[in-house]
Design a protein around this ligand. Structure first.
Ligand SMILES: [Zn+2]
Ligand SMILES: [Zn+2]
Length: 186
């Protein structure tokens, strides 16, 4: 649910070939979330994995993952505006790595916004994920798991288990909104 690919995310060295060749057999699908780009990469076949596209947006207060939107909210806006723009498009907004010390992250500010889920992130410290889990519990929100991979070695850490079958990004939106998902270790 959180993967950065090269060349679409300049911070990533993970090519599509490397991504395909490194995916755990335990995964049924992936969601690529490049920065500010949500349009699908054309002509990629990841059989037997399903491939979906979300996006990571840096708001003034912290990074936000969005799923189910077509137009990406603009740069350097307040989180409230970004989340509203996501919800207006019938998408879901997730607080990415909320307690990370080395990312653009909400920390306790996460409680001030209308998120649909909280992310458990494979690229950060255990303690930060513990705090994220706690926030999700207090906010009565589901968790999603993502590797936040920028390279091959960062793949296959956390994934998201859905209660319903996922065939489209709309199925992901439905599951998150209805709290039918949770972060799991791979
Ligand atoms: Zn981020
Ligand atoms: Zn990221």
């Amino acid at each position: 649910m959180h993967i950065h690919t090269r060349p679409r995310s300049s911070c990533s060295i993970l090519t599509l070939n490397q991504l395909y060749n490194s995916l755990s057999k335990r995964l049924e699908g992936i969601c690529i979330t490049d920065h500010w780009k949500v349009n699908p990469i054309r002509k990629i076949s990841f059989e037997p994995y399903k491939v979906f596209f979300g996006v990571e947006i840096a708001s003034n207060q912290g990074d936000i993952l969005a799923y189910g939107i077509k137009r990406v909210p603009p740069n350097k806006r307040d989180a409230e505006e970004v989340i509203n723009l996501i919800h207006k498009q019938d998408g879901v907004a997730v607080s990415a790595h909320p307690y990370s010390e080395r990312h653009n992250a909400f920390h306790d500010g996460v409680f001030n916004y209308h998120f649909d889920a909280i992310e458990i992130n494979g690229a950060i410290h255990k303690k930060a994920n513990k705090q994220a889990k706690r926030a999700a519990k207090i906010m009565d929100l589901p968790t999603i798991g993502g590797s936040d991979a920028h390279s091959q070695s960062q793949l296959n850490t956390f994934a998201t288990k859905f209660q319903n079958r996922i065939y489209s990004i709309r199925d992901i939106v439905f599951a998150v909104r209805n709290k039918k998902c949770k972060a799991v270790r791979i």
